[in-house]
Structure formats: structure tokens, C-alpha cells
Design a protein around this ligand. Structure first.
Ligand code: SF4
Length: 335
């Protein structure tokens, strides 16, 4: 899996492709691995949220502003927030469990400027009608939401799943489902379960031993797809530990994952060309793809098979290892 050195993503806290805001602490679910203390009715005033977006525009180089929470669909002024992000020159994304999402609300968010949704669906949520179902069965629910996004059209679609020791055996099925939904599912995110600090006593004891490591998830995927190869890592700005591990495969070409050299060259080209690192690896317009191909093909280590990603887009897989951040701690790396 790591025969060649992986590209080290050079993003910093103030120069990354994605940042996020949390307008609400309310959520309509209670996942056992949630790091946000669920607090019904605890919404930030709209003017505070809009000021946060203005502060991001003034001080952070980014491409996407993700609206998280709690669940952002619980926030009463969500449409205004989406519109302000869009008008500020960023791509607004929703990170949501999707339970409150309907075709009509999705259409209205898109009309306000929404660029995409990241749907959090897994067996730790005990959803109405889906309690006790395993991850493979939950692929039916994932398909329901992905079809909703497909019907609306023009939106990016990401999925995320928290992985514990219990659902690790189903990672291969979820991976295969995501691969079967390329190119619509642009990104499949597996997040390793981490015991939240605020959980104590019997509750903490009940989930002891649930944590998994990035390598276990990568091994589960490789057992399903022997072509699977990571190409890049992002280290934590706080501890220096590997936080994100990235793999990407050109859509329509299942056999060859992109190389670390191509991933790195594309990041650096984007930074020079657009002033921002590359976050969304979408299909390019033909003239853009042709120009990028000319600029990248002669880079050391870039293979012809990598270039296919420019013309058809890629589907990416991200494994996230969360860490504990002490409030007030300053980033030590990349600054
Ligand atoms: S859906 Fe998200 S915000 Fe809501 S409880 Fe689960 S992890 Fe937390």
C-alpha cells in the first residue's frame, strides 16, 4: 500500500481548501461518536454567522466553506448563510445526516448557491426505521439520498461514515457501493471512531475498545480492491500526526489509482494557476484539461494513466483519523 512515499499536502490553517462554520449545536440525532454536545435550540444569531464568513474572507485562503453543527438543517436561517457564503466567493457545502432533507429543500438551497452536500450516514445513528441495520443494509439509504442529489443535478455529493471495530467488516461493502456510484459520489470519507472526551462513566465503558486506526480501514478496502493505493497525507497542524490519508482514481478507469507525483503536481499547479490549492477534483472543461495535461505530463513520476483524471474527473477516498485538540492550543506545524 505504501511502496512509494506519499505526497505531503502542504495546506496550513490559513491556506487550505476547506474551512467550516457551526451555526447551530442542535441535532436531530444522537450518534455515539459525536464530538459536538447536542444542545437543542442553541443557534448562533444570523449576524454572528455572517460575521464569521466575513472574517474567513478577510483572513483565510480557502475554496469551500462547509456548514456543519449540530445538523445545519436545524438552523432556521440556513438559506441566508448559504447565500452569503456564495456571494463571498466560496463554495457552500452542507455536512448533514440528511434526515431533514427533501427534494424541495435541496432545490431551494441550490437556488441560494449551494455547491454540494456531504451526507453522514452510518449504523451509529440509530435512525428511525433503520435501527439495527448494518452498513451494507444502509447502502439502501445512501442510495436514496444520492438519487435525490442526482435528480436535482449540478451538486457535488460526498458521503461519510464513522468506522468502529463493529462496522469495520462492512467497510469493503460501503467502498464498493461508493465506487459503483462514481462519478456522482465524488468523495467517500471513512472517519475512524474516537471516543469523545465529554463521554464518561458507564457510557464511556460501553464504547471502550471501539476505536480503529487508518491502517485497518485501508487494509479492509485493499482486501476488496487490490488496486487501491493511497497517494497523499495531511498531517495535523497540532500534533504532526497523519490526519488525512487520500486515494483517488480516474472516473471510468478503475484499474489505476493516481500517483503521489500527479496529486502533488496538480496541487502545486492549482496554487499557482488559481491562487488556491485543489480541493474539488471535478471533471475539467476540455481546454482546461488539455492545458493542464501539457503542463503536467512531463513532471517527474507523472504517468499517462494519471492524465486521464483531468478529462474524466476523479473519485476520491479519504480516511480521517481525528485527534484531540486542546482548546487554545496553537498549531505547531506548517506555520
Ligand atoms: S448527525 Fe452529526 S452532529 Fe448529529 S449527532 Fe450525529 S455526528 Fe453529531
Amino acid at each position: 500500500m505504501r511502496n512509494t512515499p506519499l505526497y505531503r499536502i502542504p495546506w496550513t490553517v490559513s491556506d487550505a481548501v476547506i474551512t467550516w462554520i457551526e451555526p447551530t449545536k442542535e441535532c436531530n440525532m444522537r450518534c455515539s461518536g459525536c464530538f459536538s454536545a447536542n444542545n437543542p435550540g442553541k443557534h448562533k444569531p444570523l449576524r454572528s454567522v455572517l460575521s464569521e464568513i466575513d472574517a474567513i474572507r478577510a483572513g483565510i485562503k480557502t475554496d469551500v466553506i462547509a456548514i456543519a453543527g449540530g445538523d445545519p438543517l436545524c438552523y432556521p436561517h440556513l438559506t441566508e448563510v448559504i447565500r452569503h457564503i456564495k456571494e463571498s466567493g466560496f463554495h457552500p457545502f452542507l455536512i448533514t445526516n440528511g434526515a431533514l432533507l427533501s427534494p424541495a429543500s435541496l432545490a431551494s438551497f441550490k437556488a441560494a448557491g449551494l455547491s454540494g452536500v456531504c451526507l453522514h450516514i452510518d449504523s451509529l445513528q440509530n435512525r428511525d426505521g433503520w435501527a439495527g441495520k448494518d452498513e451494507s443494509e444502509l447502502n439502501g439509504l445512501r442510495q436514496h439520498y444520492v438519487d435525490m442529489v442526482r435528480r436535482e443535478g449540478g451538486l457535488s455529493c460526498y458521503l461519510n461514515m464513522t468506522v468502529t471495530k463493529a462496522n469495520l467488516p462492512h467497510v469493503g461493502d460501503v467502498y464498493a457501493w461508493a465506487r459503483g456510484n462514481a462519478p456522482l459520489v465524488e468523495l467517500m470519507i471513512f472517519i475512524t471512531f474516537k471516543t469523545p472526551e465529554h463521554i464518561t462513566g458507564e457510557q464511556r465503558a460501553a464504547i471502550a475498545g471501539s476505536e480503529v486506526k487508518t491502517d485497518e480501514i485501508a487494509a479492509a478496502i485493499t482486501a476488496r480492491d487490490r488496486n487501491f493505493k493511497l497517494c497523499a497525507i495531511l498531517r495535523s497542524a497540532f500534533s504532526g500526526a497523519e490526519k488525512w490519508s487520500v486515494a483517488a482514481v480516474p472516473c471510468g478507469h478503475e484499474d489505476k489509482f493516481i500517483s503521489p507525483q500527479f496529486f502533488g503536481a496538480a496541487q502545486e499547479l492549482s496554487r499557482r494557476w488559481r491562487g488556491r490549492y485543489l480541493g474539488r477534483l471535478r471533471k475539467m472543461r476540455p481546454w482546461e484539461a488539455a492545458l493542464a495535461a501539457i503542463l503536467l505530463i512531463f513532471r517527474r513520476g507523472v504517468a499517462f494513466s494519471d492524465i486521464r483524471a483531468l478529462f474524466g474527473g476523479v473519485q476520491a477516498v479519504l480516511i480521517v483519523q481525528p485527534e484531540t485538540i486542546v482548546w487554545g492550543q496553537k498549531p505547531r506545524f506548517f506555520m
